[in-house]
Write a protein that binds this ligand. Structure first.
Ligand SMILES: CC(C)(COP(=O)(O)OP(=O)(O)OC[C@H]1O[C@@H](n2cnc3c(N)ncnc32)[C@H](O)[C@@H]1OP(=O)(O)O)[C@@H](O)C(=O)NCCC(=O)NCCS
Length: 189
């Protein structure tokens, strides 16, 4: 990494995001994925956003969304990790950003969990995250009207996807080691 760059992290709640920052993330998502599927203005007001800045420029950003997992008769508050993007790749910005996100999870004693494709597995492993191969297939989104949606509808065909977690307190032990379905009541983050 370029040691000359003085890095700092700004943390903002979704409801406090300036319009130009929302636009920047939307544009970056279109650049990365060809489209933007996130509604930052309305659906992420309670999410926590991390902006890694250096030389007054945003180098990387990411988001933690409060989500509850329902497993057997218990509920588990977690943070859904999403919207992680390094503007310039392979400069170390992504890893520094994830270190800040991990610190936040540690301080708040809450597990973090995301979903990614095989091309990013090595990156998240290097950031200290663990992969739980069968978890994605066990996750079920139950809508307000009771209808269920499984993960097949939000993973791309032919791509290998997996959930990755950070849970130093082992809060999700039962969920991770179990084989039952894990219910979420918000769509995949
Ligand atoms: C994934 C992403 C955030 C990584 O950020 P980055 O700044 O390029 O990664 P870093 O330079 O911090 O890399 C950290 C480490 O991971 C490794 N790494 C990063 N991407 C990798 C990849 N695709 N395959 C293998 N290793 C990788 C680096 O070699 C580095 O290893 P080191 O610590 O041993 O030197 C970035 O590639 C990105 O914005 N991708 C597009 C959006 C995306 O897919 N986001 C994730 C959504 S879940």
């Amino acid at each position: 990494m370029d040691k000359k760059v003085d890095l700092r992290t700004e943390i903002l709640l979704g409801k406090d995001l300036p319009e130009e920052v929302i636009k920047m993330m939307e544009d970056q998502r279109v650049k990365e994925y060809g489209e933007n599927t996130k509604d930052f203005r309305n659906k992420e007001r309670e999410s926590t956003f991390f902006f890694l800045k250096g030389d007054d420029e945003i180098k990387a950003f990411g988001m933690l969304k409060p989500v509850t997992l329902y497993y057997k008769d218990r509920s588990y508050p977690i943070m859904g990790i999403a919207n992680v993007i390094a503007i310039e790749k392979s400069k170390g910005w992504g890893k520094v950003l994830m270190q800040k996100i991990t610190e936040y999870l540690e301080i708040n004693i809450i597990p973090g969990m995301g979903n990614t494709y095989s091309g990013n597995f090595e990156f998240y492993k290097k950031c200290g995250y663990t992969f739980v191969p069968d978890l994605l297939q066990r996750m079920v989104y139950v809508k307000d009207n009771g209808k269920e949606e499984t993960t097949e509808t939000h993973t791309e065909e032919g791509e290998d996807y997996s959930m990755f977690i950070y849970d130093s307190q082992n809060i999700l032990k039962e969920v991770v080691e179990g084989d039952k379905r894990v219910v979420i009541k918000v769509p995949f983050w």
